[in-house]
Design a protein around this ligand. Structure first.
Ligand SMILES: NC(=O)c1ccc[n+]([C@@H]2O[C@H](COP(=O)([O-])OP(=O)(O)OC[C@H]3O[C@@H](n4cnc5c(N)ncnc54)[C@H](O)[C@@H]3O)[C@@H](O)[C@H]2O)c1
Ligand SMILES: O=P(O)(O)OC[C@@H](O)[C@@H](O)[C@H](O)[C@H](O)CO
Length: 381
């Protein structure tokens, strides 16, 4: 079985590539980073170390790589012959891989009706659906018609904390032991062969919302509040009890929405929150605030981890104050090496925080969530 995986970065090597290789796939990574591509191609393997007491290292075998910059034709050929395509490039990069993916799908459907699944493993609601849209506009009518029956884009939720890596071996990756990969089975082609280690569910929404609005909402809250306190890592921030209490408050707000909306058991969800906070604290990891807070514009967007649960809380008459504190934290995330943070600060300097918040969240200035976020902004500033 053959898989093509876009993005040989942290989660790509540390989770998706590892799991697919262990499930028996030959994995071809596709990346723009020539150093990753050269090394993966030359060595055909790389090490993954679990950040736990034993520090167990697994060697991921049966891998190779192609550059999407210099070998686009070979990438399309690999897609044409693959059983599975996965991505972990960042949701804003999906538009850059859509062209070569469309080329590969066109070549494939011209000669074969064998099923192909394309799964975006990004932190977003409907990541694969977004990718499908980007790809479909590049297919001609005939290819699109054939793709409708043999190519599926099931949405997914992926969870494993993989920090930035700095090792002598550039392929080495240290990951937390926990992982979860949930795929929407209702969007798979019937008769599909399950990938060992993937959890297939008929309704993804509760899973993706629980993950994004707990792990990622809590994570960015720790990052933004931690940044304001001068902490460099999530682990340092989570040692601060007052800060952790604020992160928990946020998760209680998102939890109330999730419990009401999806019927989660309250006690079970409370344990889930405890476990997430414990994962953030993992002393065997060093996870930088700059990574976890990265791309504040994406994180402030309407369907992402802050605004979506806040609007859902508002619609249900539930509390959203702690969430607005995290939004205000995002407005104050002045990370000079993050292009989105730089853009956000420039827009705030030009138009003011109130207008910037409206521009990126879509919330009108007189919306109660917007007003609450501005109050928090004034306090945090
Ligand atoms: N790191 C985590 O803990 C984690 C966990 C779950 C989900 N995610 C999600 O996975 C995605 C990737 O995150 P990451 O932390 O691995 O980031 P990363 O920066 O480590 O990896 C992204 C990789 O994509 C490559 N890339 C960029 N443009 C490309 C292109 N046009 N074609 C092919 N490759 C390209 C980059 O060179 C890089 O190697 C994001 O959507 C993130 O939200 C990350
Ligand atoms: O990748 P982002 O920028 O969407 O979010 C940063 C972290 O919260 C994220 O990468 C987590 O580590 C991951 O989602 C855990 O599963």
């Amino acid at each position: 079985m053959k898989a093509v995986h876009f993005g040989a970065g942290n989660i790509g090597r540390g989770f998706i590539g590892l799991l697919l290789s262990q499930a028996g796939y030959e994995v071809t990574f596709v990346d723009v980073n020539e150093a990753f591509v050269t090394q993966l191609k030359e060595r055909g393997e790389y090490p993954v170390t679990l950040a736990s007491d034993g520090q167990e290292t697994v060697i991921v075998k049966n891998v190779t790589a192609l550059s999407s910059v210099t070998h686009a034709d070979e990438v399309a050929a690999a897609i044409a012959g693959a059983d599975l395509v996965t991505t972990a490039v960042g949701v804003s990069i999906l538009k850059h891989i859509a062209g070569v993916l469309a080329d590969g799908i066109s070549r494939r459907v011209a000669v074969s009706s064998a099923p192909l699944h394309v799964i975006a493993c990004e932190n977003a609601i409907g990541g694969s659906a977004q990718l499908k849209e980007l790809v479909y506009v590049k297919l001609d009518e005939a290819a699109r018609a054939k793709a409708e029956s043999s190519v599926a884009f099931p949405n997914a939720a992926v969870d494993r904390i993989v920090p930035l890596q700095q090792h002598e071996d550039i392929l080495k990756v240290v990951v937390e032991p926990f992982y979860e990969w949930v795929v929407d089975a209702s969007q798979m082609i019937p008769g599909y062969t399950p990938v060992e280690g993937v959890h297939y569910v008929d309704n993804l929404e509760p899973y993706i919302e629980r993950k994004l609005f707990t792990v990622n909402t809590g994570h960015c809250s720790a990052a933004y509040l931690g940044f304001l306190q001068g902490y460099e890592t999530i682990q340092q921030a989570m040692e601060d009890e007052a800060l952790t209490a604020k992160v928990r408050e946020v998760l209680e707000e998102t939890g109330a929405v999730l419990i009401q909306k999806h019927g989660f058991d309250e006690a079970e969800h409370s344990k889930y929150i405890d476990k997430i906070l414990e994962r953030f604290r993992n002393p065997a990891l060093t996870d930088e605030v700059s990574r976890v807070g990265r791309s504040p514009l994406r994180k402030l967007s309407p369907s992402d981890r802050l605004v979506s649960p806040a609007t859902q809380a508002y619609d249900r008459g539930l509390s959203y104050t702690a969430l607005t504190r995290s939004m205000a934290g995002a407005l104050l995330f002045k990370a000079g090496d993050d292009p989105e943070a730089v853009e956000l600060q420039a827009v705030i300097a030009e138009l003011g925080a109130e207008a910037a918040l409206t521009k990126y969240t879509g919330l009108a200035a007189d919306h109660p969530i917007h007003q609450a976020a501005m109050e928090q902004y004034a306090k945090l500033s």
